[in-house]
Design a protein around this ligand. Structure first.
Ligand SMILES: [Zn+2]
Length: 288
């Protein structure tokens, strides 16, 4: 059976997830794509460090662990607000205003999490003892959250829970707008163009990175002086894409078909590309 969205791991998990409508995460293939692209761009030092931190079951493949953070979100209850950012009904992101959880605790959002796990990993091999932080978990969280922050509806309006409360039809199926961006668009592209598997999609995005977007890549990677990661930039782009593309023209019970799919797919490709390129550049800076 093909893995679709978050809804795979075990039956119990499936039941739990279905009972919980406000799930927020790129689907498994979105995260896989970002981590595969990232791993192919790692420096030798970063590749060695990443392989050293990955658990044995990953067999050196970061992509296989990139949805781990979604699988543990119910065990690590505290981690649930770290997958997204809620903004007021505005097409802008402001860290001091928006990066907090539902109780108002500062830094508990995906931008704060990217900063936090980046600094935990920067401690790696520089005096922080193994017991200070779990560096394997820090790597898996960072790799996942660098993906989430690039999903436009993970930096989006609080009042509709990032599109989770907007019911739509994706062609003939029932869906919600958030899930359209997590998984439906990617899965439809895979079904139509890539034999229902992620490999061809990943390859197509990688080819664009070295051709169509070649001149933009350096800008995606750069983060300003002395900065290892710049989640404020990624989040600002995210909310803008949410307004310009994800929410645009969509109402409760909208039927989304080819017009929406064909115009939004390039946006998804670019966000996946940026997520992968940037995850690599952050890991390369951490483990230089
Ligand atoms: Zn997530």
């Amino acid at each position: 059976m093909k893995a679709t969205g978050c809804y795979v791991v075990t039956l119990a998990f499936l039941a739990f997830m279905l009972g919980c409508p406000h799930i927020r995460a790129w689907g498994i293939d979105g995260h896989l794509t970002i981590c595969k692209i990232a791993q192919s761009r790692l420096s030798k030092a970063a590749e060695a460090a990443v392989k050293g931190l990955l658990p044995a079951q990953a067999e050196g493949d970061l992509g296989s662990m990139c949805s781990w953070a979604d699988r543990v979100r119910f065990r690590y209850h505290w981690s649930a607000p770290l997958h997204f950012i809620n903004t007021p009904h505005l097409c802008s992101f402001k860290y001091s205003r928006d990066c907090k959880d539902a109780d108002g605790v500062a830094d508990r959002c995906v931008a704060g999490a990217v900063n936090n796990y980046t600094s935990q990993l920067l401690g790696h091999g520089r005096g922080a003892s193994e017991s200070d932080y779990n560096q394997t978990e820090a790597l898996l969280f960072l790799s996942h959250f660098m993906g989430d922050i690039h999903q436009p509806l993970h930096v989006s309006f609080a009042d509709d829970k990032g599109g989770n409360t907007i019911d739509v039809r994706w062609y003939r199926r029932k869906s919600v707008l958030h899930h359209v961006w997590d998984a439906d668009i990617i899965e439809t592209a895979e079904e139509r163009y890539y034999d229902s598997a992620p490999d061809g999609l990943i390859e197509a995005i990688q080819q664009n990175i070295t051709s169509k977007w070649q001149d933009e890549v350096e800008k995606w990677e750069s983060c300003g002086r002395n900065k290892t990661a710049c989640p404020d930039v990624y989040a600002s782009e995210g909310i803008q894409a949410a307004c310009q593309w994800a929410y645009k023209g969509v109402r409760e019970n909208s039927v989304l078909e080819d017009d929406y799919f064909l115009s939004r797919l390039p946006v998804i490709y670019k966000r996946l590309a940026q997520g992968g390129v940037r995850l690599a550049s952050v890991l390369n800076r951490i483990f230089e």
